[in-house]
Design a binder for this molecule. Sequence first.
Ligand SMILES: Nc1ncnc2c1ncn2[C@@H]1O[C@H](COP(=O)(O)OP(=O)(O)OP(=O)(O)O)[C@@H](O)[C@H]1O
Length: 274
Amino acid sequence: MNIMTEKTLEQAVSSQMSAQTNEVIKMRGDKVTVHYGEKQALFDVNLDIRQNQVTALIGPSGCGKSTFLRCLNRMNDTIDSAKVGGKITLDSEDIYDPKIDVVELRARVGMVFQKPNPFPKSIYENVAYGPRIHGLAKNKAEMDRIVESSLQKAAIWNEVKDRLGEPGTGLSGGQQQRLCIARAIAVSPEVILMDEPCSALDPIATAKVEELIDELRQNYTIVIVTHSMQQAARVSQRTAMFHLGYLVEEGATDKMFTNPDDKRTQDYITGRFG
Ligand SMILES: Nc1ncnc2c1ncn2[C@@H]1O[C@H](COP(=O)(O)OP(=O)(O)OP(=O)(O)O)[C@@H](O)[C@H]1O
């Protein structure tokens, strides 16, 4: 290998690793800006998303958490007025490159929304829908396996295995949210984005989803927007604090909640604003 190639390789590898910890950087936001028409919602956000970790995005209402989350799988493309600048990579690949197939990107970077939103179809069909579109199963037996294993991974199989033909909308709110997580998992994503996934759930259902998030981290990289400081502290390893469209600071969750560098983080986590 000549020196040039060796150097390029070294650069490529180091660009995917965190400088301090050698953890793999799954996604990276580099000077990300978002405008909605004239209004700027995000200003030069630099944020690394580490593989197999849960990154919590926190900050007062309107600070840009959901906007940043939506940049990560190009959901902002669906908003006409939204214009995204800067660079976002997945495994060092620019996800805004014109060559990127957005449908494939959204299979790799799945999303779970605030309100559980199962399709008006059976529980089985809710999970089978994505794999069918992406041609992931050759026959019914294979599809059955994908559906079962996705529901297992979303910790809802035992509750629904005898009623797979019933409508997904007939489940409780917490069950519907786990069904939506199963639906996201069914297409084998690498990253799962969650926008306040527990805000419509009661404390018991919330606890189940939080437990699930912790288990999912073994196989997936997770980014979660949450208004609950307790939830961020319970489920995440990294926390990013946003304020008025700026990333204020990012760090290990333990440190962010005990000894943040920025006064705005301190004020927010102690309930002084937001
Ligand atoms: N579709 C849109 N069109 C115009 N402006 C928008 C749109 N979506 C968000 N915004 C604006 O962008 C800013 C950031 O909004 P965003 O929803 O990302 O904040 P957030 O931190 O997720 O807020 P919340 O915690 O209330 O959900 C806000 O000022 C909001 O009004």
